[in-house]
Design a protein around this ligand. Structure first.
Ligand SMILES: C[S@@+](CC[C@H](N)C(=O)[O-])C[C@H]1O[C@@H](n2cnc3c(N)ncnc32)[C@H](O)[C@@H]1O
Length: 289
């Protein structure tokens, strides 16, 4: 972890004032420029590639071969494609409210030659096309902060509970709300991306729910919940079911190949993210290098 990051995190720790939540200006990402900028960041070698592999590995540990898995707000599906590639014996449904994003997702899946994902348009707050007890697992990455308010967040969790089979599994990860606007600005600027991406990132950090609000909503699932956070501040938060599948050898080999294909800076970012979570008490299910 760099010294500037550490300084910001320590200031977060010491701060007693909290920023109010500012919902995303575009809840559903329909704007073509915004969707393109986010999608580009998720491509092979893009700035989000390391995060996709990190999340994919953690999410793999809540999946079983043969599962049917719903990904809420899949966006351009770079994250979903990475999870699907690691888990070829799992069937995924990627849901998003934005036709623009779903068109990006279609292209992502075709380019990645991923055949175990079906895409559907829908609202995660009301899963109209998903039957009761039809899913073995529901996942959601970097999207809950796109909901307008706590009421919508709670409604989403009630829908997750409805579509999950009894005692089925889940994995949600998102930003947690930071206390200081200076820390939010620092992280948004730190990636040194386009003005569009930087502004969208800043807006996402401002729209993040507090850990308390996320915890209260996830409690509606009525299951044991494991909560994990990056050390010192909840920059990233994970809520997951307790089930932990050991990573088998073929999956480990696929993950290692994916890691080897990351550019060196992305490999470093992967290691930093893994260490940041590990320091907060949440380790990866296996080592990639
Ligand atoms: C920041 S993107 C995250 C995409 C993806 N999960 C990832 O990790 O890369 C957020 C996505 O949430 C979608 N979204 C926002 N509100 C939604 C809703 N109520 N139902 C379904 N999708 C929604 C947006 O259209 C956008 O594609």
């Amino acid at each position: 972890m760099s010294i500037p990051v550490l300084i910001h995190l320590l200031r977060e720790r010491l701060s007693w004032r909290e920023q109010p939540r500012v919902p995303e200006p575009n809840l559903v990402m329909e704007d073509a420029a915004q969707a393109a900028s986010f999608s580009e960041a998720g491509e092979d070698g893009g700035v989000l590639a390391f995060l996709h592999l990190y999340n994919a590995l953690q999410i793999t540990s809540v999946l079983h071969p043969g599962d049917r898995v719903l990904d809420l707000a899949c966006g351009p599906a770079h994250q979903l494609a990475q999870i699907a590639r690691l888990n070829p014996a799992v069937q995924f449904v990627g849901l998003d409210a934005s036709p623009t994003m779903l068109a990006c997702a279609q292209r992502t899946l075709a380019r990645a030659h991923v055949g175990n994902v079906e895409l559907v348009q829908g609202d995660m707050v009301r899963l109209l096309d998903q039957a009761d007890a039809s899913m073995d697992c529901v996942i959601c990455t970097m999207s809950l902060h796109h909901l307008p308010d706590q009421t919508a967040l709670c409604a989403t969790m009630r829908e997750v509970r409805r579509v999950l089979k009894p005692q089925a599994r889940f994995y949600f990860t998102d930003f947690g709300r930071l206390k200081r606007i200076a820390t939010q600005r620092f992280f948004a600027d730190d990636l040194r991306q386009s003005a569009q991406f930087t502004e969208d990132y800043f807006n996402s950090l401002r729209a993040a729910f507090s850990v308390a609000d996320l915890s209260a909503a996830v409690a509606l699932l009525g299951q044991d919940v494991q909560r994990h956070m990056t050390a010192l501040a909840p920059f990233m938060v994970v809520f997951r079911s307790a089930f932990q599948r050991p990573i088998d050898l073929p999956t480990l080999q696929r993950a290692r190949q994916a890691f080897a294909k990351l550019p060196a800076t992305q490999q470093d970012n992967f290691r930093s993210m893994a260490q940041w979570f590990r320091t907060g008490g949440y380790a990866l299910p296996c080592k990639l290098d």
